[in-house]
Structures are given as structure tokens and as C-alpha cells.
Design a protein around this ligand. Structure first.
Ligand SMILES: Cc1cc2nc3c(=O)[nH]c(=O)nc-3n(C[C@H](O)[C@H](O)[C@H](O)COP(=O)(O)OP(=O)(O)OC[C@H]3O[C@@H](n4cnc5c(N)ncnc54)[C@H](O)[C@@H]3O)c2cc1C
Length: 200
């Protein structure tokens, strides 16, 4: 399952394991009995309301994210996730894509596209002149897209969503976070319904 955001990038759910039956089974260990399927939504909501979060650590998700470098920097502050990112030491950036919003949140005459073209021509010239890619990349702007795989548990995904779906988060990372809610909803419907009911 994938969501595309034009020049901003994309997010794809590569893998998810465990489901709400599994979360209920793990929670059932606490009380020494199996949970009936009909009890499940109520139990899951109770766990979430009371902050009993360890059963949600038994489900894991893996994402493939394409996003600007500045969104990547914000995302990678979430240390409870595992990341594996493309290397611009080894992958030539000459054909890299840039996030070029048509409307900046402040009316400005500077063309983002022109700034990127200029930076890219500097990059290409440096590489042609023999400067290693690992150094030449320093002239490239923060809106260049990168790609990383990311893995975390459902528990830490919820922490991420709480912080990054918030109106305090920057709009660009919020776009990814909101899409992640949609991507997780089919597999964890009670959890995601609970999350969307919260005020974040
Ligand atoms: C709106 C917003 C603005 C922000 N602005 C800035 C900013 O200006 N500058 C900046 O540097 N960051 C900023 N951040 C990043 C923020 O400080 C967190 O680093 C980020 O949101 C990840 O949250 P976390 O540490 O809870 O997540 P994770 O790193 O995933 O950690 C999850 C939980 O594990 C525990 N944990 C993980 N590592 C440690 C540790 N080393 N020691 C103790 N407990 C640990 C904590 O309980 C933590 O809540 C901002 C975040 C948001 C949402």
C-alpha cells in the first residue's frame, strides 16, 4: 500500500506483522486467559486508554519513505525506529528529485526550482571536476528527496503519530504521518479509530 505526494515524495507500507487478535492474545497473558474475539475491541481501547502499551510492541511495521532531507531529519529523531537510508556517498545525485511546492507558506518571489537547478549545476560541475560525491553533495539543498526504509513497533508508531499528526508539527511531515494513519487502519482498525478520536 502506497501514498504519493507529488514532488514531496511517497510512503509505502512494505510489511506489517501481528494484528489486533495478536495484541489481544498478548494482553490476555496478563490475566491468564484467552480473549474472546467479541471482547477484543473493548480490550484494545482499554489498553490504549490506560496506557498499557507493551502489547502493541508485539506488532511491527516496515515502511519505505521518499521525502525531502529536512523531513528525514525530523523523522530520524524518533530513535525507537530502525532506519536504512540511501547513501549519497555512493549514489550519484545528478538525477535527484526536489520538493518544489507551487505555493510557499509565505508569498515570495524566489523560485525554489531555480535555486535547485543552480545547486544541481554546481554539484554536477564538482563531480565532473573529480570531487568525490560524498563531498560534492554538500552544495545540494534540504528539499532534495532521499529514500529510507524504516521499521518500528506499533507502540512507537503511535508515539510518532501523536507528535507528527499534531498541529505543532511541520506541515510536510504531518502529510506523511496522516497518510500513515490511513495505511495502518486496515490492519489495526480499532487502534487507528481510537487514535483519530484523540485530540493531538
Ligand atoms: C513539534 C516538534 C518540534 C520539535 N523541535 C525540535 C527542535 O527544535 N530541536 C530538536 O532537537 N528536536 C526537536 N523535536 C524532536 C523531539 O525533541 C524528539 O526528539 C522527537 O519528537 C522524537 O521523540 P521521542 O524522543 O519521544 O522519540 P524516540 O526517540 O522514538 O523515543 C521514544 C521514547 O523512548 C525514550 N527514549 C529514547 N531515547 C532516549 C534517551 N536517550 N534517553 C531517555 N529516554 C529515551 C523516551 O521515553 C522517548 O519518549 C521536535 C519534535 C516535535 C514533534
Amino acid at each position: 500500500m502506497k501514498r504519493d505526494f507529488g514532488t514531496l515524495g511517497s510512503i509505502e507500507l512494505l510489511h506489517a506483522d501481528g494484528d489486533e487478535a495478536h495484541i489481544a492474545d498478548i494482553a490476555g497473558v496478563c490475566v491468564g486467559r484467552e480473549m474472546d474475539a467479541r471482547e477484543r475491541p473493548k480490550l484494545i481501547r482499554h489498553l490504549l486508554d490506560s496506557g498499557h502499551m507493551t502489547p502493541f510492541e508485539f506488532c511491527n511495521i516496515t515502511l519505505l519513505v521518499e521525502c525531502p532531507l529536512f523531513v528525514r531529519s525530523q523523522w530520524h529523531r524518533h530513535r525507537s525506529w530502525a532506519y536504512n537510508e540511501m547513501s549519497r556517498r555512493h549514489i550519484d545525485a545528478s538525477n535527484a528529485r526536489f520538493y518544489t511546492p507551487t505555493n510557499l507558506r509565505y508569498d515570495h518571489r524566489l523560485s525554489v526550482r531555480e535555486a535547485c537547478d543552480e545547486a544541481m549545476s554546481h554539484y554536477r560541475r564538482l563531480v565532473q571536476d573529480g570531487v568525490p560525491m560524498e563531498q560534492a553533495r554538500m552544495v545540494l539543498p534540504q528539499n532534495m528527496l532521499t529514500v529510507f526504509a524504516a521499521r518500528t513497533s506499533l507502540r512507537h508508531a503511535l508515539d510518532f503519530l501523536r507528535l507528527r499528526c499534531s498541529s505543532h508539527a511541520q506541515g510536510e511531515i504531518r502529510t506523511f504521518a496522516m497518510a500513515l494513519v490511513d495505511l495502518l487502519e486496515p490492519r489495526y482498525p480499532t487502534v487507528m479509530r481510537w487514535f483519530t478520536e484523540q485530540e493531538v
